[in-house]
Design a protein around this ligand. Structure first.
Ligand code: NAD
Length: 256
């Protein structure tokens, strides 16, 4: 379905981003990966699906790095048809204890990076009159949790950004939507589980159940593959008129 398209997924060396990249690759899209840590393993996983894969190590907190990554996609892949803004970090603390540099990093990586990638991707999408921008927000783009002020502000921000962009592109073949996952068992959440186990003197498996029980009625983690399949749907012709949505996949979290 996506043969001949190129998908650039930020923060795709791990977790949700890698899951989304693999699902898009299974549909034939060429993939540009980004993120820290091991890039060889993820590239090999994508390559095994028979599509072209590239990698750029841009730091999403740095606009100049982002511009270099978008230029790399243009040069090596002929541009970005499907842009998945996924890179993100978390920090948990009361606002009066929140380190200023953590606030700045969360806003830069979880919110402003999407502005920088998108502003650079949109002109070529307009020329082709086709494009998909898929922003990985969170249930925290729709509701809040205590001690996550920067994350909640960034995620509400990206939902707003999604809506504004969807209006700017409403009469074109470009659609802009957000996906709002509940708990997904990735390194970002494992850290919160480990912190909880230590704080409450619980075995890690018990801390996992308690984390789910607090927010996610299904008591199951959402998986990167399930989120990837939602991204595939949003990239499909069936979703041509899904515009400006903030689509939760959260085991019932925001239904409460
Ligand atoms: P993760 O830690 O597994 O992956 C994060 C990815 O972002 C990694 O590839 C990492 O290298 C990359 N990254 C981090 N900082 C970066 C930077 N400065 N520049 C470039 N890349 C950077 O986390 P995840 O859980 O897969 O999170 C992915 C996205 O999904 C985030 O935006 C997160 O907020 C969102 N999300 C996660 C959950 C969850 O439960 N895990 C729920 C809702 C939303």
């Amino acid at each position: 379905m996506l043969k001949g398209k190129t998908a650039l997924v930020t923060g795709s060396t791990s977790g949700i981003g890698l899951g989304v990249a693999l699902c898009l690759a299974r549909q034939g899209a060429n993939i540009v990966l980004n993120g820290f840590g091991d890039a060889e393993g993820p590239q090999a996983q994508v390559r095994a699906l028979g599509v072209k894969v590239g990698y750029h190590g841009a730091d999403m907190s740095k606009p100049a790095d982002i511009a270099a990554m978008m230029a790399y996609a243009e040069r090596e892949f002929g541009g970005t048809d499907i842009l998945v803004n996924n890179a993100g970090i978390q920090h948990v603390a009361n606002v009066e204890d929140f380190p200023v540099e953590k606030w700045d990093a969360i806003i830069a990586i979880n919110l402003s990076s999407a502005f920088h990638t998108t502003r650079l991707a949109i002109p070529a999408m307009r020329t082709k009159n086709w494009g998909r921008v898929i922003n990985i927000a969170s249930t925290h783009g729709l509701v809040a949790s205590a001690q996550k002020s920067a994350y909640v502000a960034a995620k509400h921000g990206i939902v707003g950004f999604t809506k504004a962009l969807a209006l700017e592109t409403a009469t074109t073949g470009i659609t802009v939507n957000a996906i709002c996952p509940g708990w997904v068992l990735t390194p970002l959440v494992q850290k919160q589980i480990d912190d909880r186990a230590a704080r409450e003197s619980l075995p890690v498996d018990q801390a996992k159940v308690e984390l789910l029980r607090e927010k996610q009625p299904s008591l199951q983690f959402v998986t990167p593959e399930q989120l990837g399949e939602l991204a595939v749907f949003l990239a499909s012709p069936a979703a041509d008129n899904v515009r400006g949505a903030a689509w939760n996949m959260d085991g019932g979290w925001v239904a409460q």
